[in-house]
Design a protein around this ligand. Structure first.
Ligand SMILES: *[C@@H]1O[C@H](CO)[C@@H](O)[C@H](O)[C@H]1NC(C)=O
Ligand SMILES: *[C@@H]1O[C@H](CO)[C@@H](O)[C@H](O)[C@H]1NC(C)=O
Ligand SMILES: *[C@@H]1O[C@H](CO)[C@@H](O)[C@H](O)[C@H]1NC(C)=O
Ligand SMILES: *[C@@H]1O[C@H](CO)[C@@H](O)[C@H](O)[C@H]1NC(C)=O
Ligand SMILES: *[C@@H]1O[C@H](CO)[C@@H](O)[C@H](O)[C@H]1NC(C)=O
Length: 426
């Protein structure tokens, strides 16, 4: 397309969006519908590490003479010859690991100890899953993991660890330690783990005093989960490489000014179930942010909504009124804000948000009000339980003009972002 054509297209597109915005006031409709099922993202399901790993099977197996051996307690599928499956077998000890094994699955057993003997020949291991066992920190033989020079992923979640397991091999990329009783971390624990990208420490007993400065100075860390610990303040000096940060279910009451300024890549932030009451107005002015959860706090005052944010969870706070002007102080007709969904149930709202919201956030698809709390402790349903915008005419759908944003305010696009949106994806 010529550049003139391109300009004309983009101008037309802007005009059509502006026009669409006017129509929205007409299309802004309310409907009754229970959506808490659809959007109950903080369900009470058992916690499981928010992470999926697809082992790569093309890693190649070291050449090995004769048929590959397998511990008698375990299963070694021919179709995945680098793996040994020993999970769910009531094992009390780790079997001998043949030298060719790269993926070792030992989860859901009754293993209490990790001995160096079992791993004597296992220097090709890349992944070990020891989750859901009964391992205590003192029962891990010193240096057993550090001697595995190719280890990338280690699961020790759902055990009885009290200390951060040290030492670890510098090759490690993903470390899952959720659901233990870890209350001690050495200040140098993460030193040398230069390739660590993912660390899950949810459901432990970490206090502020442990998260010493520089503790997490692992410059490639992308995902850090510290949910359900005992933190009372925001951890200092987290690495600027972070993309996903979960601090859910602690007792954090304060976010220092400019705290998030140093995270230019942050995509998802979870601060639900804390004690946040007042936060600086521009706290969440993070240009990369797509998902923000501040539900289950004590917030009263709306805050600035950054342009790329798509999902905003604000349920169970103390909002009596949502000032849209605060969320969106100006409308830039070229760079629309991307917000599509707001959850607002269990607040103290007396009426729905002003329909000005459709202008500020032209992509908004639904606002969930659910039940609101009254001063006397009763709950009340607003006339509107869910605000759901009608689908726009289909004609706008065609011209997705590859502006790198890939967002259209139509129903179909929203169908993708909303219905299939999995809040536990991260
Ligand atoms: C390690 O390999 C050696 C030589 O193949 C073998 O004799 C020994 O039993 C193996 N040890 C373990 C723990 O598998
Ligand atoms: C870290 O990752 C890079 C790239 O994959 C690799 O070349 C390097 O050897 C790794 N470092 C360690 C200490 O394993
Ligand atoms: C919050 O953390 C506490 C312990 O710190 C735990 O008992 C509780 O189940 C957690 N709640 C949620 C919703 O995860
Ligand atoms: C948000 O941050 C940008 C630059 O990062 C700045 O120009 C803008 O004024 C900030 N907006 C608010 C409301 O703080
Ligand atoms: C909403 O916020 C704007 C900007 O701070 C302020 O001027 C306005 O008075 C507020 N509106 C209400 C109803 O509080």
């Amino acid at each position: 397309m010529t550049s003139l054509g391109r300009k004309t297209m983009s101008l037309l597109r802007q005009l059509s969006i502006i026009f669409f915005c006017f129509e929205v006031t007409v299309y802004c409709q309310y409907e009754m519908h229970r959506m808490d099922e659809d959007y109950d993202e903080d369900g009470d399901d058992d916690y499981s590490p928010p992470f999926y790993f697809h082992p790569s099977r093309d890693g190649g197996i070291p050449s090995h003479p004769g048929p590959l051996s397998c511990a008698w307690e375990c299963f070694c599928p021919l179709t995945f010859p680098s793996a040994m499956y020993c999970d769910n077998r009531k094992l009390k000890a780790i079997p001998k690991i043949p030298a060719h094994v790269q993926q070792l699955y030992l989860q859901y057993n009754d293993i209490e100890a990790v001995t160096a003997h079992s791993f004597a020949n296992a220097s090709n291991l890349k992944e070990i899953n020891l989750g859901h066992n009964k391992i205590k920190s003192q029962q891990i033989e010193h240096g057993v993991f550090a001697r595995l020079p190719n280890l990338l992923q280690l699961h020790l979640d759902h055990n009885d660890l009290e200390d951060f397991p040290l030492p670890l091999p510098n090759s490690l990329e993903r470390l899952l330690l959720g659901n233990n009783a870890i209350s001690r971390v050495e200040a140098y624990a993460m030193e040398g783990l230069i390739n660590l990208t993912m660390l899950d420490l949810c459901h432990n007993q970490l206090h502020d005093s442990l998260l010493k400065e520089k503790l997490f100075q692992t410059r490639n860390l992308m995902q850090l989960s510290l949910c359900s610990n005992r933190l009372e303040s925001m951890p200092p000096d987290l690495p600027s490489s972070l993309m996903h940060l979960s601090l859910e279910n602690n007792s954090i009451s304060l976010i220092p000014d400019n705290y998030f300024k140093k995270f230019p890549k942050l995509l998802a932030l979870r601060l639900s179930y804390n004690n946040l009451q007042e936060i600086p107005y521009d706290t969440f002015n993070i240009s990369s942010l797509v998902e923000l959860n501040v539900g289950h706090n004590r917030l009263k005052q709306a805050f600035y909504v950054p342009r790329n944010l798509e999902h905003l969870y604000m349920e169970d706070n103390e909002f009596e009124y949502i000032n849209v002007t605060l969320m969106c102080p100006s409308i830039d007709p070229i760079h629309y804000r991307h917000l599509t969904y707001i959850r607002l149930d269990q607040n103290r709202l007396k009426e729905p948000i002003s329909s000005y919201i459709c202008f500020c956030f032209p992509y908004i698809h639904s606002v969930y009000y659910g039940e609101q709390r009254k001063p006397d402790g009763q709950t009340v349903q607003l006339k509107t339980q869910v605000f759901r915008r009608f689908q726009a005419d289909d004609e706008e759908e065609e011209e997705e003009e590859g502006d790198g944003q890939g967002h259209e305010p139509e129903g179909q696009e929203q169908g993708r972002t909303e219905e299939n949106f999995d809040p536990y994806f991260y």
